[in-house]
Design a protein around this ligand. Sequence first.
Ligand code: BTN
Length: 263
Amino acid sequence: MKWVADAVRQTQWLGKAWRFYERVASTQDEAKAWVQRGAPHGALVVADAQTQGRGRWGRSWFSPPQTNLYLTVAVRLPSHHPPLGTLSLLVGVAVAEALRRRFAVPAEVKWANDVVVGGKKLAGVLVERFTAWALIGLGLNVNLPPDAFPEELKMTATSVQAVSGKPVDRSEALAAILVGLEAWWDRWARDDIDPLWSAFAALDFLRGKEVQVVLPDGSTVKGSADGVASDGALRLRLTDGTVRLFVAGDVTVRLTAICPAAP
Ligand code: BTN
């Protein structure tokens, strides 16, 4: 597929081995099967559409054809590497930076796995570990018009086209993301993690906001978001001033009512 070939021409090593599918259940599963059969480090799987695209916590990922990016990159983990929880933050930073650089889209990163614009989700990241490999999945809404989202996503999701006001080239989006991800991976894999913290802080959508964390067991905790810890956990400052760390959870921003002062 020419648009994928054009994109991977711009990288040093990431995606030099690639496979494209018109339609696949999930690029994560294809990448895993390829690893089992001997995929090289940096192997890339791209699909035009997915029938069982998945997100975190067993959610599905809306994956219609001819409009978005659905990809998985298979990377071999070095024997010493930073905590795996930092990897999805790193991918979010790489994607947000690429969209800013290439399309002037004001993308931000929302812990733990989202890229957002104005709080609406533009992209989701799914990192799955398989033996000594990480399967880095990315779904990016590229040219989906706002009215093409299913009803339940209309209020919470957006696309690059909806934000920038014009269709964008999927190949250019893919190239910008792969080039950025390659550079960030090279730092991460040699344990050079400090640059990630400043980049993340500059793009951190939640920082300082009053939020609610929904934990995997369904319980909730409220507080103000206070960046991330060195393992990628969310720091939540509670009302008593203490900080609690969360390695998993879904975060929503709390709307605080503004009451006019009494006369
Ligand atoms: C999330 O927001 O929960 C993560 C969504 C990740 C979706 C991508 S699309 C490409 C890859 N294949 C999948 O089945 N999922 C990821």
